[in-house]
Design a protein around this ligand. Structure first.
Ligand code: NAP
Length: 503
């Protein structure tokens, strides 16, 4: 039995006896690497995986493999139905390996096991929706150009796609993109975050088993500074889908402009408002607010980090949110009862704690939380609610990426909308009101790519994902997501005899 297969048999409860060692994935198989990075579980402080530190030569080889697979048409040349068949088989294998994948997500990321399993279920749905989209992908026609000319609009795959993903939802963000990239007929090279690479590598094995031709899906691991930067600059990558911070997104735009003007998809940061009106079901809204900022320890691009609440009910509402937050179970992510687990990296832990200190120093008042939780090992932060926040404070403006909610008050609908839009970001927003006029007015005037009415972080892979303003360019998932990975070609067909220019 190959070492990789033996490693698959690790127990999926408790901690691994030895860290699982990975190769990187290229041209349909595992590749060895000279240097390995050892990932320590952020919750348990023990090594859990060993991940290749790839070189730029490895990246170049992976891009060349993806180029060969694109040009030989082993994937792009298949029918949508055949591509859908591979995606559906991948969904079935994911279903069989759900617990194993969830386990590695927990160990590398620190998220609770029950949540991780739910995320894998969403990933399975992404593959199923991607399969449908592969079959339905189509262009357009113009039968309106007169009897002598017919126009067809074809959708063609862009080519070789580079995909860079962050550490907060390593597998979920991957699967909100990969099936749709594959549905389009593109080939790809993925660079996951160095700290959470395991499940992106495992997907290579799953796709191969599902029948994906070699070279279509490749994974090159290593740091963003070397591999990510080289991918953004690569002259033979036709499109780059980048999910991460707005700062690195900006550097990716420069790299694309300075190399080959590759097409870009950008999914960046957010400072997302949750607007609560006095006529809302306040119990529901409080649960939504506590969930929206605490889920995944607030390390979500769509975390609702700014509470904008009707002054008439603000004190009552903040008390309800505090009560909800104090009931959230913070604990070992391998424990089934845990609702929020460990902060994923030491750097992120330090960033969150520094924002809590800044909030206090700037004069905001903590109603609950505001401290590290001591579980003996790992870094944990209790859900935190600040009140008395003003627009100029750093906790009002910056994406903290942790369980820290800043509360503002409003008197009129216009003021609520202005507060909601007072950010450079435009990723997500929600409104809570039982008045249909209010809910629709706010959802139409707040500038955000995803909007929830009386719910939060709801939805499925049928719906497009993406941001307004500095939260990004383009859309992922659903048919919109597949179309992002295509380019449009106009084909003009003359019918009958040409009307000669030279008489
Ligand atoms: P990040 O530091 O920007 O990293 C994201 C990815 O980019 C990682 O794979 C990283 O690799 C890589 N990277 C780092 N430097 C790079 C460079 N110079 N060139 C190319 N790639 C580079 O973001 P993060 O801290 O991982 O994730 C948190 C951020 O992502 C937050 O701002 C969050 O809002 C955003 N996010 C957005 C969405 C969305 O859908 N809009 C979803 C999730 C997260 P290494 O980690 O290996 O260095």
């Amino acid at each position: 039995m190959r070492k990789q297969d033996m490693d698959k048999r690790v127990t999926i409860s408790g901690l691994p006896e030895t860290p699982r060692e990975f190769g990187f994935w290229m041209d349909g198989g595992w590749q060895g690497a000279r240097t390995l990075y050892e990932r320590i579980s952020p919750a348990h402080g023990v090594p859990v995986t060993r991940i290749p530190v790839c070189t730029v030569d490895d990246l170049n080889a992976a891009v060349a493999a993806a180029r060969r697979a694109f040009e030989d048409r082993s994937w792009a040349g298949l029918s949508g139905a055949d591509r859908a068949g591979v995606l559906l088989r991948a969904a079935d294998i994911l279903r069989q390996r759900r617990d194993e994948i969830a386990y590695w997500e927990v160990l590398e990321n620190g998220k609770p096991i029950a949540q991780a399993r739910g995320e894998i279920d969403h990933c399975i749905a992404c593959f199923e929706v991607g399969a449908g989209a592969a079959r339905m992908l189509h262009g357009d026609s113009f039968n309106s150009l007169g009897d002598g000319l017919f126009g067809m609009v074809l959708r063609e795959p862009v080519g070789v796609v580079g995909l860079i993903t962050p550490w907060n939802f390593p597998f979920l963000i991957l699967c909100e993109r990969v099936p749709f990239i594959l549905a389009s007929g593109c080939t790809m090279v993925v660079k996951p975050s160095e700290v959470t690479s395991a499940t992106t590598l495992i997907l290579g094995e799953i796709l191969a088993e599902a029948g994906l031709p070699k070279g279509v899906y490749n994974v090159v691991t290593g740091s963003g500074r070397t591999i990510g930067q080289a991918m953004a600059e690569h002259p033979d990558v036709d499109m780059l889908s980048f999910t991460g911070s707005t700062g690195v997104g900006r550097s990716v735009v420069h790299a694309a402009a300075d190399s080959n003007f590759k097409k870009l998809g950008l999914e960046l940061g957010g400072k997302n408002p949750i607007v609560v009106f006095a006529d809302a079901d306040l119990e529901d809204a409080a649960d939504g607010a506590a969930f929206g900022i605490s889920f995944n320890t607030g390390q979500c691009c769509v975390s609702s980090s700014r509470l904008i609440v009707d002054r008439r009910v603000a004190d009552e509402f903040e008390a309800l949110v505090v009560a909800k937050m104090q009931k959230i179970v913070v604990g070992d992510p391998l424990d089934e009862a845990t609702q929020i687990g460990a902060i994923t990296t030491d750097a992120q832990n330090a960033t969150i704690l520094s924002y809590i200190e800044k909030g206090k120093a700037e004069g905001a008042k903590i109603l609950t939380g505001g401290a590290a939780a001591d579980l003996g090992r790992g870094s944990y932060i209790t859900p935190t609610l600040f009140t008395g926040v003003t627009r100029d404070m750093s906790i009002a403006r910056d994406e903290i990426f942790g369980p820290v909610l800043s509360s503002f008050r409003f008197d009129t609908t216009d003021e609520a909308i202005a507060l909601a839009n007072d950010t450079v970001y435009g990723l997500a927003a929600s409104v809570w009101s039982k008045n249909i006029d209010t809910a629709l007015t706010v959802s139409r005037r707040v500038r955000a790519g995803r909007f929830w009415v009386n719910c939060i972080m709801a939805g499925g892979p049928e719906m497009p994902l993406g941001g307004f303003k500095q939260s990004g360019w383009g859309r992922e998932a659903g048919t919109y997501g597949v179309e992002e990975y295509t380019q449009v070609k106009s084909v003009h067909v003359e019918i009958g005899k040409r009307n000669h220019w030279i008489k």
